[in-house]
Design a protein around this ligand. Structure first.
Ligand code: EPU
Length: 335
């Protein structure tokens, strides 16, 4: 069991890199250690930390922060065309994608270079370039905080949606994911290359999972800031889903507003377009800024505080609401 640390600076564990402290900090390396930590916990508040790539700390935390460090990839089952693997919640997502590429297992190559750890992946059903976690997800194990009991959640139980799951809604704050099972293709037989930018980037290369991953990595590196170089949490807002009626009204004044059909009555519009159109690209207030090539990403140019980044996000939300009557929802968790 690792030692509990008091009054701990959390800054290096979050990709926004803002200054903040937690009253207690403990890393757990196994489900048993996690159960023990919960049983012995004397703090009244609890916060779960994975890769720290989807959270904005706006103030110090008076509770216990548990860093989930449960590692390991093991084969659960295998047949002629698929393999199911169980992955520890503390495994880095991109390292897992690299492992699938090295073994020629298909299914998650479009999700290369997404920051964060495995345990967070089902919570917001991570997605990029036409693929979401739910497409390869089989089940996950999660510990109920109030009882310490381990429960298995099937894909259906998880109620996945666009950057949504039961863990962000009905069961918010109640469970800690310890391991995730994914089914991969062996050998890869169904590549997903239809996302516009990806299709372009792949022109002329043979359709292999390695080439898809390389193209995704190249696209991401060309427009998304590297959190190791400049603090950020990827997309700060979700792409809003609005009614077709609302879209039709907006398009009268904004004929170039892009849209993707969701169903008969709803469309999704790119938040990046709304923010870009309002002139926020590259906007900066002190060290809190909007990224210059992907305006959906807020960045910490150096010493921005969590409060300053949050204030900037509020300013953007207010401007989007005023011009487009659209309420942007955060993708990042604000604490
Ligand atoms: N756009 C602009 N100006 C810009 C950039 C984009 O107007 O400067 C508009 C364009 O119309 C463009 C559209 O936004 O076609 C979509 O842009 P992009 O393909 O970059 O994707 P996104 O919708 O902004 C989403 C995810 C990303 C994911 C990409 C690729 C969300 C909230 N974000 O971004 O995920 O990598 O698609 O699939 O759904 C993340 O979640 O952290 C993340 C980076």
């Amino acid at each position: 069991m690792n030692a509990l640390v008091h009054n701990y600076t959390i800054t290096p564990h979050t990709t926004f890199g803002v200054a903040a402290k937690t009253a207690g900090f403990l890393t757990v390396d196994s489900t048993a250690a996690l159960q023990e930590a919960l049983a012995l916990n004397t703090f009244s508040k609890l916060r779960i930390l994975g890769g720290g790539s989807n959270m904005l700390w706006t103030k110090d935390f008076e509770g216990l922060t548990l860093k989930i460090g449960i590692k390991g990839i093991c084969v659960e089952s295998e047949n002629a065309t698929t393999i199911t693997v169980a992955v520890g919640a503390g495994e880095n997502w991109h390292n897992f994608v690299l492992w699938t590429l090295a073994n020629n297992y298909g299914g998650v190559e479009n999700l290369a270079l997404i920051p964060g750890n495995m345990g967070a992946a089902p919570i917001q059903n991570i997605g990029a370039y036409g693929v979401e976690l739910k497409d390869s997800f089989v089940c996950c194990d999660a510990l109920e905080i109030s009882t310490g009991a381990l429960k298995r959640f099937t894909a259906k139980d998880c109620k996945f949606g666009y950057r949504e799951s039961v863990f962000k809604n009905d069961l918010k704050g109640q469970y800690i994911i310890t391991s995730v099972q994914l089914q991969l293709q062996k050998p890869p037989h169904q590549l997903n290359t239809s996302y516009g930018r990806l299709e372009e980037a792949l022109q002329g290369t043979p359709p292999t999972i390695q080439n898809v991953a390389n193209a995704v990595i190249a696209i991401r590196q060309s427009k998304l800031p590297n959190p190791n170089e400049i603090g950020n949490c990827g997309s700060f807002f979700k792409n809003p889903i609005i009614s077709k009626q609302h879209y039709n009204r907006l398009v009268e004044n904004h004929p170039k507003l892009p849209h993707y059909t969701v169903d008969d009555v709803k469309v999704k519009v790119p938040a990046a377009w709304l923010i870009d159109t309002l002139g926020f690209k590259g906007y900066r207030k002190g060290d809190a800024g909007v990224h210059h090539s992907q305006p959906l990403v807020l960045v910490n140019h150096g010493n921005a505080s969590g409060k300053e980044l949050h204030a900037l996000s509020q300013e953007i939300k207010a401007a989007v609401a005023k011009t487009f009557a659209i309420h942007l929802e955060e993708e990042v968790n604000i604490y």
